[in-house]
Each structure stands twice: as structure tokens, then as C-alpha cells.
Design a protein around this ligand. Structure first.
Ligand code: ZN
Length: 88
């Protein structure tokens, strides 16, 4: 069983987490005028990379969403970062 590092709770069993989708700066936002088909593809079609990837996960125990950078082949975890922003 894999263990993921929640930025708030520390290492926990993978059964406590849910996958939220791919993340990354290399995925451009669609244009303001986008077709229904284009928007559906943006929301639901993922690249499913092999190797190092950035993903959004949620820790169901504390309810926090965070960015997880890991290798999808070796399961090595490189980083875990909160998606919370500091209050202005
Ligand atoms: Zn947590």
C-alpha cells in the first residue's frame, strides 16, 4: 500500500485519499469562446503521463486539497503542497 504525505496530517495510507485530477502549468486554459466539446475535453480528457507528474488529491480525513508531485511508475513522492492561499 502506498502512503501519501498530506501537508496537514503527514503520512497516511492511500485509502484516505481521493484523486482529483491532473495539475500543471503546461496545461493551458481553453479560450474564452470554447465549444461544448472543447470544454468537455478540457475537463475530462487527461494525458495520464507515465513518470513524474503533478496531481491534485484530497485527503478525505481532513478535507484538504493539495498538489502531489509523484512518479506514476515508481510511486516515489517528490513533493506535497497545500493549495490554500494565504489570506490577503
Ligand atoms: Zn490531511
Amino acid at each position: 500500500m502506498q502512503r501519501f504525505p498530506c501537508p496537514f496530517c503527514g503520512l497516511r495510507d492511500e485509502t484516505e485519499f481521493h484523486y482529483g485530477g491532473e495539475a500543471g502549468n503546461d496545461r493551458p486554459e481553453p479560450a474564452a469562446e470554447v465549444s461544448d466539446q472543447g470544454w468537455a475535453e478540457y475537463l475530462h480528457i487527461e494525458t495520464n503521463p507515465k513518470g513524474r507528474s503533478r496531481e491534485i488529491w484530497v485527503h478525505m480525513t481532513c478535507g484538504e486539497f493539495f498538489l502531489l508531485e509523484r512518479d506514476t511508475v515508481t510511486h516515489e513522492v517528490f513533493a506535497s503542497e497545500s493549495l490554500r492561499r494565504a489570506a490577503p
